[in-house]
Design a protein around this ligand. Structure first.
Ligand SMILES: [Zn+2]
Length: 60
């Protein structure tokens, strides 16, 4: 079961919830308001150290 992170703007805290389905938001356990899901590690890419190559290869 995937673990998702949710952020409550009211508490300004993150909450981890195990959700079987891909939900958009949950109820904050602290205040009960809507806590939006956080997209963590959207693109895990190594940050290029130095260098300034402005090239984008997007060929498919
Ligand atoms: Zn809250």
């Amino acid at each position: 079961m995937p673990l998702y992170e949710f952020y409550c703007p009211d508490c300004r805290k993150k909450t981890e919830e195990l959700c079987s389905s891909d939900v958009g938001s949950i109820k904050c356990p602290a205040c009960g308001k809507d806590a939006g899901k956080i997209i963590s590690n959207f693109r895990t890419g190594r940050s290029s150290t130095g260098g300034g190559t402005a090239s984008s290869s997007c060929g498919g």
